[in-house]
Ligand binder design. Structure first.
Ligand code: NDP
Length: 449
C-alpha cells in the first residue's frame, strides 16, 4: 500500500481526528523521496504501521473537589511506537485534550525523539481536566487519582511520561509521589521531577533554550546572528518564557509574549528583570496585563495574537494551530524571516505552505522543540546510574544535540534535493531523518514492533 493509499484509509477511519490527520499528512507529504529510495519500507508496510499506535489506554478519573463533590474526567495514554526505546512523551491537562490531540502529539513525538539520536520511542497522554481555577489541593487530588490509573501502564523501562501544557513541576511531583506510594519504587518513571529527588538540572529550561539553540544554527547557516534581531514570542508558559529568556541573553529584542487572554507588547523589549517578573506573575496565575501598570510601559491587547508586529523572528510557543494562513501572511508582511516552532504544530497546514512558499526559514516543532525530551532522556539515564550532571554539563550536551538535529535535517534536505539556492527545507529534512531512524528499526525487527 502506497503512502497516499495509507492516508486515504486513515482518513476514512479517523475523519473526525483532524489534528491527527494534519500531523500525519505533514510527514507523508515530505518523505516520498526517502520512501522511493527504500523499497523495503513499502514491503514492510512501515508507513501504514506507523500511523496506528501500538495501543491506547483510556481510563476514567474520579476525584473530589474542595466542596467534597465527586468529579469525573477522562484520561489517556497513547503508546505510539517503541521501536527506538521506551515510550516517551508528556502528559497534557487541558479541557481540549481528546484522542485526536494526543494521537497527533504522540505521532510527532516518535520522530522528534528519533531526531534526538537518543534511545526513546514515542508516546503521549493526558486528561481533559482543566487545572485553571482549581486550588492546590484539588490539583493534588486530581494528580493522585490520575496516577492511580496511569501507573498500571507505565514503567521506567517501558513508558516514561513527562509534563506538557498544564503539567509542570508541581503536577509531576504529585504524580511521582503516587507512583512511589503504589509501587514502593523510586525510579525514573516520570521526568521533569524536582532537582533533589531525581530531576535533571536544566529540564525546565531545556525546550525553550533548545529552540533558540536551533535558531542560532539556522541563522549561522544563512551567515546571520541573533544579536540585534527582533523576536515575537507567543505563549507565557514554560517553553515561551525560557525561549524569550535565552533570546534576551543572546542580545535579541523580544517584544511580545501572550496567553489565552491576549498579547503583551513592549516595543522596547523585555529585559531579564521584567521577564523574571512575568514568570512570577504567571506562576501565581495572575494577569499579564498587570505588566503595563507595574512597569509603566508596554500595551495589553486583550484577545489578540502577537503576529501583527514588525519583527525578524517568530517563535510560536503556546499551542497547536495558533497561526493560521492569514496570520502567516501577516508575519511575512511584517518582515519575519525565521519561524521556529516552540510549540507542537502551532502552524496550520495552510500556514506552513504559505511561509514555505515565501521562503521563510521554517523549523518544525519536532526538530526545534526536541530539547525538552532530549534532556528528559538525559534525566532517565542519570536516574539509572544514580549520578547527576551539573547545569553547565547538561546545557553543553543540549547545544550539541540541537546542533546535531539541525545539521542532520539540513543534510537530509540537501541529500534528497530539497535545498534550493541556500534555502534549507528543515521540515522535509527533519521528517526524513526521524522517519528513517524509526523505519530502519522496524525493518530490522521484521513484522513485530
Ligand atoms: P504551558 O502550560 O507552560 O504554557 C502554555 C502557554 O500557552 C500558556 O501561556 C497558555 O496560556 C498558552 N495557551 C495554551 N493554550 C492556548 C490557546 N488555546 N490559546 C492561546 N494560548 C494558549 O505549556 P508549555 O510551555 O509546556 O507548552 C507549550 C507548547 O510547547 C505545547 O504545544 C507543548 O506541547 C509544546 N512543548 C512543550 C514541551 C515542554 O518541555 N514543556 C516540550 C516540547 C513541546 P494560559 O496561561 O492563559 O493558559
Amino acid at each position: 500500500m502506497s503512502i497516499s493509499q495509507a492516508i486515504e484509509k486513515l482518513e476514512a477511519h479517523y475523519s473526525h481526528q483532524y489534528e491527527f490527520i494534519q500531523a500525519v499528512k505533514e510527514v507523508a507529504l515530505t518523505i516520498q523521496p526517502l520512501y522511493d529510495a527504500h523499497p523495503e519500507y513499502e514491503e514492510f508496510k512501515v508507513f501504514e504501521r506507523l500511523v496506528e499506535p501500538d495501543r491506547i489506554f483510556n481510563f476514567r478519573i474520579n476525584w473530589e473537589n474542595d466542596k467534597g463533590e465527586v468529579q469525573v474526567n477522562r484520561g489517556w495514554r497513547v503508546q505510539f511506537c517503541n521501536a527506538l526505546g521506551p515510550y516517551k512523551g508528556g502528559l497534557r491537562f487541558h479541557p481540549t485534550v481528546n484522542q485526536s490531540v494526543l494521537k497527533f502529539l504522540g505521532f510527532e513525538q516518535i520522530f522528534k525523539n528519533a531526531l534526538t539520536g537518543l534511545p526513546i520511542g514515542g508516546g503521549k497522554g493526558g486528561s481533559d481536566f482543566d487545572p485553571k481555577g482549581k486550588s492546590d489541593s484539588e490539583v493534588r487530588r486530581f494528580c493522585y487519582a490520575f496516577m492511580r490509573e496511569l501507573y498500571h501502564y507505565i514503567n521506567k523501562d517501558m513508558d516514561v511520561p513527562a509534563g506538557d501544557i498544564g503539567v509542570g513541576g508541581r503536577e509531576v511531583s504529585y504524580m511521582f509521589a503516587m507512583y512511589k506510594n503504589l509501587t514502593r519504587e523510586s525510579t525514573g518513571v516520570i521526568t521533569g521531577k524536582g532537582v533533589g529527588f531525581g530531576g535533571s538540572l536544566m529540564r525546565t529550561e531545556a525546550t525553550g533554550y533548545g529552540a533558540v539553540y536551533f535558531l542560532e544554527n539556522m541563522l549561522k547557516a544563512q551567515d546571520e546572528a541573533i544579536e540585534g534581531k527582533t523576536v515575537l514570542v507567543s505563549g507565557a508558559g514554560n517553553v515561551s518564557l525560557h525561549a524569550a529568556e535565552k533570546c534576551i541573553a543572546l542580545g535579541a529584542k523580544v517584544i511580545t509574549v501572550s496567553d489565552s487572554q491576549g498579547t503583551l507588547h513592549d516595543k522596547n523589549g523585555f529585559d531579564k528583570p521584567k521577564l523574571d517578573w512575568l514568570k512570577t506573575q504567571k506562576a501565581a496565575n495572575k494577569p499579564l496585563a498587570d505588566y503595563v501598570t507595574k512597569f509603566g510601559s508596554g500595551k495589553w491587547l486583550a484577545g489578540q495574537k502577537p503576529w501583527q508586529f514588525k519583527a525578524d523572528i517568530a517563535i510560536p510557543s503556546a499551542t497547536q494551530n495558533e497561526v493560521n494562513e492569514e496570520e502567516a501572511k501577516q508575519l511575512v508582511d511584517n518582515g519575519v524571516k525565521y519561524i521556529v516552532e516552540g510549540a507542537n504544530m502551532p502552524l496550520t497546514a495552510d500556514a506552513v505552505d504559505y511561509v514555505r512558499d515565501y521562503r521563510v526559514h521554517y523549523a518544525p516543532g519536532k526538530a526545534a522543540n526536541a530539547g525538552g525530551v532530549a534532556v528528559s532522556a538525559l534525566e532517565m539515564s542519570q536516574n539509572s546510574v544514580r549520578q547527576y550532571k551539573t547545569f553547565e554539563q547538561v546545557d553543553e550536551r543540549l547545544k550539541v544535540i540541537m546542533k546535531d538535529i539541525h545539521d542532520s535535517a539540513a543534510g537530509a534536505s540537501e541529500q534528497y534535493g530539497q535545498t534550493d539556492n541556500g534555502y534549507i527545507d528543515y521540515m522535509a529534512g527533519a521528517n526524513m531523518v526521524g522517519f528513517k531512524r524509526v523505519a530502519d528499526a522496524l525493518v530490522a525487527f521484521g513484522i513485530l514492533n
